[in-house]
Design a protein around this ligand. Sequence first.
Ligand code: XIL
Length: 585
Amino acid sequence: MKKRWLSALLIGALCVSLAGCQKDGGEETSTAPDSTEMTGSQEESESATETTKETIPETTKEASQRPGASGDDVVYTDIYYSDFEAGTTDFTGRSAETIEVIEGEAYEGAYCLRVSNRTSSWNGMKLDVTEKVQVQQKYYVSAYVKYIDGNVESQRIYIKMDYNNGESYLTVGSVLCTKGEWSKVEGYIEIPAGATSVAFYTETEYTASDPDYLIDLYMDNFYVQEIYANSNAADLPSLYERHVDYFKVGVAIGPAQLANAEAAAVITQHFNTMTMGNEMKPENILDYDTCASDPEKYNLEPAVKFDAFSSALQFAQENNMLVRGHVLVWHSQTPRWFFTENYSKDASAPLASKEVMLARMESYIEQVLTYVQTEFPGVVYCWDVVNEAINVGDGEEGGYRSADSYWYQTIGPEFVEMAFTYARQYADPEVKLFYNDYNCYDKMRMFAMLDMLEPLVEKGLVDGMGLQSHIDMTTPSTIDFEYTINKFAQLGLEIHITELDIKCTDNSVEGQLKLAKRYKRIMNTLYRIEQNGTADITNVTVWGLTDDTSWLSGDETHYPLLFNSFLQAKEAFWGFFRDPSVTDW
Ligand code: XIL
């Protein structure tokens, strides 16, 4: 594996231009669209394609204009390319497959690669790039892929990365292919620190019931490019300062981002609150080993540990940031053993009684609140006390989630009120208590939530409503969004938008511009509500810092957030900023 210094040298030589990123922070106007050039400098360093790897061709025009380079300061350097026209290949089988360069089926030119005699869906063509890549460096990989045989009319084909001699693997990208047609598969990947070997390989969809899932696979125009870019975030006006008269601006983060100086600087510059994406959830706080070591002793007072998030709270404290506590009582990311008699992990172990679970709930809430309030007073300024208690489809009266909720199954619907009762009892007086849920604008869900919350508000147990807001490009309409927010506000609840992201798999310039407009419309809606005084929206949190860390990506890669993987502000940043250059129509 090559060393980081090589990369540093290359980066140093490139002098990526960052000029032209500053946007007009002026106020919104309703006049004609502003035609301000929205992207950064078009200047490309002369040496952008210089490389110490002699046999590698120049970066092609197609590659340098790749969607994903939405910051113009992203520099792509080819480290491997093959169109197979030489009739030979460096690819091997991942197992005992037959690999051939064949004539006649090519995407371009005369030749392409074929793998046949496959033995598993995850065995295909493999290219070892150990000698070409560097750890902690990002790469863009693309290829055209095709299958011809079999009965399956379409199937997903993946490029994956296998590292440490097959011990670990990650998905680089995938594409849904139509039988007989070439499709482009592409994706970005960072080589993990400590990797000792790296290979890229193809995989087809696993459909064991279909004998055709081991069909031959064809590939053409395979690229691996090193990608590098500077973050422009430090040159940008601060997002939270922009919205300071309206609401706090938050971001969901994880420990890796806080440990990365560049990401941490972006977090403190642009956000004044943060939410731990996972680290304050019960699965990361409950201490199984201790509970299981003496189930009787810990039966009513579960053992807990705080190492997953304590350094994040310290970071927040040192940087004058507030934290949204997420989450105390939730059916998900709370292990089943917490709900069983004797903390048993046996899948058939009976659930504990209602009395035991109420005691465990109270103790858990008391211990967590006491810890954060003692060690980091004032830092966690609100809590999502209960998350996602409604799932109308389960058929319970009141629309309660029951099928997959051990809280409901052990305590019944009053688990919600009890959670708020305990939270109120142990929370410092200034700490705000929230109910948090998704798809709040779905009317069945909305009315179930309103019905559930009304009596709790009357009892003074709930202060706020968290609308997660994992939305897409069209749903909800801004009218629906406004209506929903106002309905919760009418109960007397303060409003937080707790997990905003907008599903978007289109990373082209046009796709990202649409996303920016959607963000701007959402922000305009929130401003309008505030200006009309129909709701008190006090926090808007985006669910993730950079696209590559978004929880939305699975089979398909999403580009839903405000920063790209290089910590560069995307157009969506300017939409969220309510910059006049992003029109909202
Ligand atoms: C998500 C995290 O972002 C993921 O990393 C994790 O794998 C699953 O949970 N609603 C919530 C959040 O309240 O806690 C969820 O976060 C997203 C949906």
